[in-house]
Write a protein that binds this ligand. Structure first.
Ligand code: NAD
Length: 480
C-alpha cells in the first residue's frame, strides 16, 4: 500500500514518532493507503516551517505577478493529475468518480481565480481636504492554518489555501483524518510548480488532543480558517479567542428548499434531487428541508420519489455510478440512526432506507412534525424531509425556523416573489431556480450556527490580509 506523508518544509515526511494510520475505502471497507498520523509535535514542526518561510519573505517578497504564475502552474498540475486526485477522493470517501473529477476542476479553478484576483485587486484611496492623502494596503496576514472537512476534501481545502497563498501568506493545511490523501498529492504537485519550501505545508491527524488542537492553540499562527461541524467551530473559536487569532468559520447547514406552485416543476424536481442526493447528501448546503406548496405537494413528492429510485447506486469508481456509500462506518451509523427516531418523533419513509455496506439509499420522508429530529438536525446524508405549506408568509417563517442559516433555495416563476422571499430568508446564500452555482467573487458563509465571516473574492482578501491605512501629507513646505 502506498504511503502518504506529511508535507513540511518542502519535504514529504513521516510523523516524528513514526505513527501511521490505515486509510479505509468506504466502498470496499478495506484499507487502501497508509498515511502519517501526526501529533502535536508534527503540528508544531509544520507551524515552525510556515513561520520561518513567512518571516524570510521568500513568498510574500515574490510579488503578485510571480506568485500568480506559480499558482497557475499549480492549477495546471492539478488538472494534469486529475485522475490520481479524483481517485484519491473517491477511495477516501466514496464520492462517485465523476463528482470527484468535478471537484478537482473546481479546485484548479479556485487556484486560478484567487491568483488572478489578488494580482488584479485595486486598493482604495481617500483624498482628504486637509492636504493629506490616505490609501489602503493589503499585506499578507502571516501564517494561516486551514482545517478542512471530509466531504469535499480537495475542493474545500483549495477554497482556503488558494486565497491564502495568492495574498502572500504561508499555510499549514490539516485535512480531515478520513480523507487525507489528495492533500499530500497536492502538496507534492505544489512543490513541482515552484512553491518554495515551507510555504504550503500539510499535516495529517485528528482534531481534539491532537494536530487540530495544537494548530489552533499555536501563538505563531495569524489566521485560522475552518470548515466543519458547528460544534467543532465553537471549540476552535474558543481556542482562537485565547490568542486573539482571527478566525473564519464555515459550519453546518440545514438548507430550506422552497417550491412554490408556479415553479417550473421539472426544474424544481431536478434541483431538489441534486441538492439532497449529490455526494450522498454529504453537503453542508444540502436542501434537506423541502417545503412544497400544497396544491403541487403530492405530485412533487411522487416525482422526487421517482428520481430517488432512478439513481444508480454502486461502485463509486465506476463512471456511471450516481451514488456511493457514506464516507465512513461512523458516519453511516449516525445517518442510519435517524430512521429509528421516526418511531418516536413521527415521519414516514416514502422511499429509501439502509442499503448494502455503508449505503443509505436516496430517501424521501413525509409527515414528520417540524420538531422531529430529522427536521431540525443536520443529518448530512441523502435524506429529504418534505413538508407542505400554504402561503408565502408561512413558508418564510418555517424556512427561518432553524438554528442554521447557510443557504436556501426558491423555485418560482414569479420574479417579484423571488426577490421578496430571497430578501426575507435568513441565510448566507439564496439560490433562485438553481443550486450550487457559485461566482467566486460573491460572499460565501452562513448566519447563526452556520458560521462566522464570509470568504470569496474581496471577502477572502479581508480575511487573509492585514489591511493598513497609510496617510501622507502632500502639502510640502515649498508650496507657494
Ligand atoms: P468536523 O468538525 O468533525 O471536522 C472538520 C475538521 O476539523 C477535521 O479536519 C477534523 O479533524 C478537525 N477537528 C475536529 N475537532 C477539532 C478540534 N477540536 N480542533 C481542531 N480541529 C478539529 O466536521 P466533518 O465531520 O469533517 O465535516 C462535516 C461538517 O462540515 C458538517 O457539519 C458540514 O455541514 C460542515 N461543512 C460546512 C461547509 C461550509 O462551507 N459551511 C462545507 C462543508 C462541510
Amino acid at each position: 500500500m502506498e504511503f502518504f506523508g506529511h508535507f513540511i518544509g518542502g519535504e514529504e515526511v513521516p510523523s516524528i514518532d513514526g505513527t501511521e494510520m490505515l486509510d479505509i475505502d468506504p466502498y470496499s471497507r478495506e484499507p487502501w493507503a497508509r498515511v502519517a498520523l501526526g501529533s502535536s509535535a508534527d503540528a508544531e514542526r509544520a507551524v515552525a516551517a510556515a513561520r520561518e518561510a513567512f518571516d524570510s519573505g521568500v513568498w510574500s517578497g515574490l510579488g503578485f505577478a510571480k506568485r500568480q504564475a506559480i499558482l497557475h502552474r499549480m492549477a495546471d498540475l492539478l488538472m494534469g493529475n486529475i485522475d490520481e486526485l479524483a481517485r484519491a477522493d473517491t477511495r477516501d470517501m466514496g464520492k462517485p468518480i465523476g463528482q470527484a473529477r468535478h471537484d478537482v476542476e473546481r479546485s484548479a479553478w479556485n487556484v486560478r481565480f484567487f491568483a488572478d484576483h489578488a494580482r488584479m485587486s485595486a486598493a482604495d484611496a481617500y483624498p482628504m481636504d486637509s492636504g493629506h492623502h490616505a490609501y489602503s494596503e493589503f499585506g499578507p496576514a502571516g501564517v494561516v492554518v486551514a482545517i478542512s472537512p471530509w466531504n469535499f476534501p480537495l475542493m474545500l481545502s483549495s477554497w482556503k489555501v488558494a486565497p491564502a497563498l495568492a495574498w502572500g501568506n504561508t499555510v499549514v493545511l490539516k485535512p480531515a483524518e478520513d480523507t487525507p490523501v489528495s492533500a499530500t498529492i497536492w502538496a507534492r504537485l505544489a512543490a513541482d510548480a515552484g512553491i518554495p519550501p515551507g510555504v504550503f505545508n500539510v499535516v495529517h491527524g485528528y482534531g481534539p488532543d491532537s494536530v487540530g488542537e495544537a494548530l489552533t492553540h499555536d501563538q505563531r499562527v495569524d489566521r485560522i480558517t475552518f470548515t466543519g461541524d458547528s460544534s467543532t467551530g465553537k471549540v476552535i473559536a474558543g481556542a482562537a479567542a485565547a490568542n486573539l487569532t482571527p478566525v473564519s468559520l464555515e459550519l453546518g447547514g440545514k438548507g430550506a428548499n422552497v417550491v412554490f406552485d408556479d415553479a417550473n416543476m421539472a426544474n424544481a424536481v431536478d434541483w431538489a434531487a441534486q441538492a439532497i442526493f449529490r455526494n450522498a447528501g454529504q453537503i453542508c448546503l444540502a436542501g434537506s428541508r423541502l417545503y412544497v406548496q400544497e396544491s403541487i405537494y403530492d405530485e412533487f413528492v411522487r416525482l422526487l420519489t421517482e428520481k430517488a429510485e432512478q439513481m444508480k447506486i454502486g461502485d463509486p469508481q465506476d463512471a456511471d455510478t450516481d451514488f456511493g456509500p457514506l464516507a465512513s462506518e461512523e458516519h453511516f451509523t449516525k445517518v442510519s440512526g435517524y430512521f429509528q427516531t421516526l418511531d418516536e418523533d413521527g415521519g414516514r419513509v416514502v422511499t429509501g432506507g439502509v442499503g448494502d455496506g455503508w449505503v443509505v439509499k436516496p430517501t424521501v420522508i413525509v409527515d414528520a412534525p417540524v420538531e422531529a429530529r430529522v427536521c431540525r438536525e443536520e443529518i448530512f446524508g441523502p435524506v429529504a424531509v418534505v413538508h407542505p405549506f400554504s402561503s408565502e408568509q408561512d413558508v418564510v417563517a418555517m424556512a427561518n425556523d432553524s438554528r442554521y442559516g447557510l443557504n436556501a433555495m426558491i423555485f418560482t416563476e414569479n420574479v417579484h416573489r423571488a426577490h421578496r422571499v430571497a430578501r426575507k430568508l435568513n441565510a448566507g446564500t439564496v439560490w433562485v431556480n438553481c443550486f450550487f452555482i457559485r461566482d467566486l467573487r460573491a460572499p460565501f458563509g452562513g448566519v447563526k450556527d452556520s458560521g462566522v465571516g464570509r470568504e470569496g473574492g474581496d471577502f477572502s482578501r479581508e480575511f487573509f490580509t492585514e489591511p493598513k491605512a497609510v496617510v501622507m501629507q502632500i502639502n510640502g513646505d515649498d508650496e507657494a
